[in-house]
Design a protein around this ligand. Structure first.
Ligand SMILES: Cc1ncc(COP(=O)(O)O)c(C=O)c1O
Length: 398
């Protein structure tokens, strides 16, 4: 069959499952496609470090390949990596996981998120999550047969989700709460007290909490609170962690889930039939990252912080009011004073000034009126982007 024919038949109605048909295409992709066809664009769009993986981490994987270490690993992941992950979680956040049974190495947090949803949801189960949120959250729930339920958050509350707002949306069908702090797209972090209040709601209603802590290491002037480390919550928490952001390892595709044995066993069942094991060289690199990558993390975080201070100050000065993000590497300024929708703003800014940002509406209804600017890019680019955006906002400000 020709490629053209395959393409055509794929589009015929009825061939695609209702679940997949319900997913809307990622609002981010559209901008990347447009961007790819243009020259001279400064991108504040892509949510990944501008660093290459520190060489000693890559080198560990290269050496392992030279030694012929190219086979599958245990479904759960290389034992030493699980042990090191457990040690890391204990040392950093004082949360204790058993490496043999409570930790599963995955293909990034992306896979861990998917496995978590598929392991715990029955058809129609509801998962409560903040709006705006990372683009995969609602899609993963839908693909697992569940129903995402949005809890609005706002700039007035620093985009922290309030426990009472979560509780107001709990029904007989609610199965889980999905949170991700530090947050993509807002850069918000959650205070320990607010997380404790969420834990209390989960306890009262017997809900599982999935806590995506991929940005745990990228915090500025505040301490990250590991949700699973709060007293009494570990037994109903699935902690998701990864290497992509802190160690600049997005392309390696490696992350992990830590959770009670029964949940990890269920997630491993799906993982073994669909993935088998996380990529072997990536596991070797992750082990090296945990063992010797701390100084790299500290250096990169200091550098992100410098850029964060400059972009947030700059955005506020040019008429794009921006609350102070304390985590991740995103600023989330308001564009309301231009009267444009966030999609219109992003498209016009790209075409007229060649600056790529992501419309806030790509992350949920509450993201409307904002754009996401990723500052994991050079200071020179940030400064040039601010100059261009100043011109743009001046032209359209109402
Ligand atoms: C909040 C959040 N969770 C998960 C992921 C996916 O991470 P990974 O590269 O580990 O699959 C991302 C990537 O941007 C993210 O922003």
């Amino acid at each position: 069959m020709s490629a053209g024919k395959t393409e055509k038949s794929r589009k015929e109605p009825g061939l695609i499952s209702e679940r997949v048909n319900r997913l809307s295409p990622s609002g981010i992709r559209k901008f990347f496609d447009l961007l790819a066809s243009m020259e001279g664009v400064i991108s504040l769009g892509v949510g990944e470090p501008d660093y290459a993986t520190p060489w000693h981490i890559s080198e560990a994987a290269v050496r392992s390949l030279e030694r012929g270490y190219t086979m599958y690993t245990s479904n759960s992941g290389v034992p030493e990596l699980r042990e090191e992950t457990a040690r890391y979680l204990k040392e950093k956040y004082n949360v204790k996981y058993e490496p043999y049974g409570e930790i599963l190495m995955t293909v990034g947090v992306s896979e861990a998120l998917d496995l978590a949803m598929r392991a715990i949801l029955n058809p129609g189960d509801e998962v409560v999550m903040p709006d705006p949120h990372y683009v995969a959250y609602d899609s993963c729930v839908i693909l697992a047969g569940g129903e995402p339920v949005m809890v609005p958050t706002s700039q007035e509350n620093n985009f922290e989700v309030e426990a009472r707002d979560i509780e107001a949306r709990v029904t007989g069908k609610t199965r889980a709460i999905l949170i991700g702090y530090p947050a993509n797209p807002t850069g918000a972090v959650m205070s320990r007290d607010k997380l404790l209040a969420v834990a209390e709601v989960a306890r009262r209603h017997n809900l599982i909490v999935i806590s995506d802590e991929i940005y745990a290491r990228l915090v500025y002037g505040v301490e990250h609170t590991c949700f699973a480390g709060l007293r009494g919550v570990k037994e109903h928490t699935i902690l998701l962690g990864g290497f992509s952001k802190a160690y600049a390892m997005t392309g390696w595709r490696i992350g992990y889930a830590a959770a009670p044995k029964e949940i990890i066993a269920a997630m491993t069942k799906i993982h073994q039939y669909t993935i088998m094991s996380a990529p072997t060289p990536a596991q070797v690199a992750a082990l090296e990252a945990l063992k010797t990558g701390e100084p790299d993390v500290v250096e990169m975080v200091e550098d992100y912080n410098r850029r964060r201070l400059i972009i947030v100050k700059g955005l506020n000065e040019i008429g794009m009011p921006c609350f102070e993000p304390r985590g991740a590497f995103y600023a989330f300024p308001s564009i309301r004073n231009t009267g444009m929708s966030s999609e219109e703003f992003s498209e016009k800014l790209l075409v007229e000034e060649k600056v790529a940002v992501v419309p806030g509406s790509a992350f949920g209804e509450c993201g409307e009126g904002y754009v996401r600017c990723c500052y994991a890019t050079s200071l020179a680019d940030i400064e040039e982007a601010l100059t261009r955006m100043r011109r743009f906002v001046k032209k359209y400000k109402k």
